[in-house]
Write a protein that binds this ligand. Structure first.
Ligand SMILES: C[C@@](CO)(OP(=O)(O)O)[C@H](O)COP(=O)(O)OP(=O)(O)OC[C@H]1O[C@@H](n2ccc(N)nc2=O)[C@H](O)[C@@H]1O
Ligand SMILES: Nc1ncnc2c1ncn2[C@@H]1O[C@H](COP(=O)(O)OP(=O)(O)O)[C@@H](O)[C@H]1O
Length: 283
């Protein structure tokens, strides 16, 4: 019987991010295009008979009880009533709090992977609903398809986007998502658009409503955006700190990433339409 799985947890980019209003609970309504990319963390999940959820690796700065993979595993255990446990090993590549959704994706891979390992038989819809209780960015990674999203990011429609090579720069500062959403100067009244219109417009019309506020508060992000914009149109992902630009060929992307060194860490990643997690599990 299968007792160990090693699975990818891919990152995402917000190719477009509009803030269209605020819910009664203070959370902001968004319209966004989430694109999955091939930059990944790796998770190894090993089933155990004693019911214990054990973290074999620590995430710096995150208490084990707060770690999203431990929380996801415990939530799935509770929801299913299984007597099984798991040892969870996380090989972290994705920058934390960078707007590429690493923690959310780790949690999604835990839910989808343990569902297979423990043979629970939950559907992806059921797992996405569980994931939403831990974070708004988790459902897209559970479903595993590049998507148009509304609500707080949980109402998903799968779409197919171009699959360029992205240069992603993390300017080495950490952005507080909460502070961005609390800023009085944040654009929070963008007129809602249809998905068809967003897709028709194409990348040249896509923007991120958080960008102006984030650039004002974090000069390093403004500088990275200005520098990258000399090579190709550049955007912030999520509430930052990462910025990205799309290139048609890998060679150009690698040359730009190499030259980006003085602005922070830089990666090259390919845009995807389906998640490598779902490719690996055949689901
Ligand atoms: C805006 C996005 C787009 O992908 O940014 P990134 O986190 O990826 O950068 C996400 O949806 C972010 O979701 P997530 O990262 O789960 O946000 P949380 O940590 O729950 O939010 C921190 C705080 O930001 C505010 N917040 C967050 C999301 C939202 N739609 N409206 C809000 O007003 C709330 O005050 C919340 O307490
Ligand atoms: N397994 C995990 N990996 C990364 N961050 C985690 C994890 N568990 C909890 N966190 C917390 O979640 C925060 C946001 O993580 P992350 O998803 O990487 O950022 P973002 O939502 O900006 O892309 C981190 O700063 C950290 O405090």
């Amino acid at each position: 019987m299968m007792t160990t799985l090693t699975l990818p947890a891919p990152a995402k980019l917000n190719r477009l991010l509009h803030i269209t209003g605020r819910r009664e609970d203070g959370y902001h309504r968004l319209q966004t295009l989430f694109q999955i990319i091939d930059l990944c963390d790796q998770l190894t999940l090993t089933s155990r008979d004693d019911g214990v959820i054990q973290l074999a690796t620590r995430v710096p700065g995150v208490a084990d009880d707060d770690n999203l993979i431990a929380r996801a595993a415990k939530l799935l255990q509770q929801a299913s009533g299984t007597h099984l446990g798991a040892t969870l090993t996380l090989d972290k590549t994705l920058p934390m709090g960078g707007g590429v959704g690493g923690g959310s994706s780790d949690a999604a891979t835990t839910l989808v992977g343990l569902n297979a390992l423990w043979r629970l038989g939950f559907s992806l819809d059921e797992l996405a609903a569980l994931g939403l209780r831990l974070g708004a960015d988790i459902p897209v990674f559970v479903h595993g398809h590049t998507a148009w999203a509304e609500g707080v990011g949980e109402q998903l429609t799968p779409v197919t986007l171009d699959t360029p090579w992205f240069v992603i720069i993390h300017p080495g500062v950490s952005v507080s998502t909460q502070a961005v959403f609390q800023d009085p100067q944040l654009t929070r009244d963008s007129r809602p658009i249809t998905m068809a219109r967003a897709l028709q417009g194409g990348a040249s019309e896509w923007r991120n409503d958080c960008e102006a506020v984030v650039k004002r508060h974090y000069p390093a992000i403004a500088q990275a955006l200005d520098w990258l914009s000399q090579h190709a149109p550049s955007r912030l992902t999520g509430t930052g700190a990462c910025v990205f630009a799309a290139f048609e060929d890998a060679q150009t992307a690698h040359a730009v990433a190499e030259a980006a060194g003085h602005h922070g860490s830089a990666w090259v990643a390919r845009g995807l339409n389906t998640s490598p997690l779902h490719d690996a599990l055949g689901c």
